[in-house]
Design a protein around this ligand. Sequence first.
Ligand code: GAL
Length: 634
Amino acid sequence: MKRTLGTCYYPEHWPRAIWEEDARRMADLGLTWVRIGEFAWKRLEPAPGDYRFDWLDDAIAVLGAAGLKVVLGTPTATPPRWMLERHPDMLALDVEGRPRKFGSRRHYCFSHVGYRTECEQIVTRLAERYGRNPHVAAWQTDNEYGCHDTTISYSDAARGAFRKWLESRYGDIETLNAAWGAVFWSMEYDSFDQIDLPNLTVTEPAPAHALDFRRFSSDQVVSFNREQAEVLRAHSDAPISHNYMGRITDFDHFAVGADLDFATWDSYPLGFLEDRVGADETRKLAYARQGDPDFQAFHHDLYRAVGRGRWWVMEQQPGPVNWAPHNPAPLPGMVRLWSWEAFAHGAEAVCYFRWRQAPMAQEQMHAGLLRPDSTEEPGYDEAAQIAQELADASDIAPVQAPVALIFDYDADAAWNVQPNGDGLSYFGLVFDTYRALRALGLSIDILPPGTSDFRGYGLIFAPGVMHMSEPLKKDLADSEAIVVLGPRSGARDRNMAIPVPLPPNLPAFDIRVSHVETLRQGAGVALDTGGFANGYREIVDTTETVISSFVDGQPAVVRAGTSLYVAGWLDDEALRDLVRDLCAEVSVETQDLPEGVRRRDTATERFWFNYTDRPQTIDKISLPACAVRREAKA
Ligand code: GAL
């Protein structure tokens, strides 16, 4: 397959007179793809039912004539102002019950039926008009579901839809009362009409109530997206995608992805380091101009799974962004490194956001490949270099990784409902595990919790999967891999109740979590083999083999056959010690990489990435600062 580059372009932001020149320069730069249209609803339908497609026809023709392929976005992330006159109650309400008003974007509630109908209409018009256009080679639905905290809405529309969702799930109110444990605090309901959304309660709502509301909210995103995908498919054979975001976990991306042909995501390494990696100040300083060495790779691996093997970076940061607490410029070489890292993880395309910096409005401070005066930015030169390298080099041959890590959005919701301690999150636990694996040079596949075929993996991790289905437990136990579970794996049933017999309830593994405790920062418990459990620790009863203990004598890591249970949130040292030993057992090579150096194997090559701002040497390979190297495998 030919790996390709692209950019995000807004013809409606620029005079018609420069479109040809823009298109020519994109093609000359070596770009293949140009994504357009995803925020243009008002220009496509200035007033209800008054469609104006002539300018978009023209833009697509100009881009196509230059040899570019168009990804056409549906504009449903930006309903025009007139929409509110037709549907005054379509806005999402925040947790305090306040409307999230017009004046930016994503101002809609996924449950509003009237808004959904409007979306179906505009998507149908676009699909009818461009579904067979030879230049429209892919579609994008909406833009970044969930971004700006927009998955969950506490509107009347959401409440009505939630009641229906509950009724179809539970059938009768007694079943719901039992599932939610509603006898507690006299919370039992007489009918589904009495159920409210779990905000503005005096103290916390029942965990099962809160979790069901999150599951419902996720399902609303899934069905919203499915409606668009179905319309597009009826009129077009071009593949359909959505551009997901970094660390947005409040809807099930695997479920959305099941209705699409490929996944894409938007990679902003410097913005993410500032506001969502969870890095401490030292790390933020060390990587301010490079980004976290594992955060992008994690999402590449996650979205490869969401796209069932097919995925792109739809928006790649090309210079400073505008939205993080601080917005430095990347060091020279980083745009190239980020792009090659995506290809090494199997991306089919990398597109830069955006073509030209906008002189107006919210993103004036966001770099593009060009300045507002059309002069080339440093990111442009790096893109040109990558285009040349892609043209010269052989293709990348993806291969199954030796290690798998399960990511479960439902578990993320469950931790969110019941973290049981400040700062404890499922994403954080899984990402810490991922980081420890990567720091040992391992390539990783992320898998959905519905996976049943684990063939080919030497080692599988499933930390924190709060509710483990019986098939998942069995398939993991039956796999030939070494399986590492815990902490908190299988800790709750589907209704957020503590199961009896006590968790984790694994086949042929005699172990019970009898107590759990969460710990403030600095109060971690040491392991006798080195390292600590921080934040979260469990006390277990077991007759199985204890392979390491906490210094107070309680088991830390327990093993039965090829299954292991880890009774705490291990730090990097403890995790790495464990992984090194287990990898040796299944003949998977590990290597302690220097700080900030990472690697990724394909079938035929090893890619090296140096995220640090100084040269490094490893295996006699010298890595300049902020550089990538591609080596044939020994
Ligand atoms: C993304 C979004 C783009 C643009 C970009 C700025 O989240 O999809 O439209 O806002 O961020 O970094």
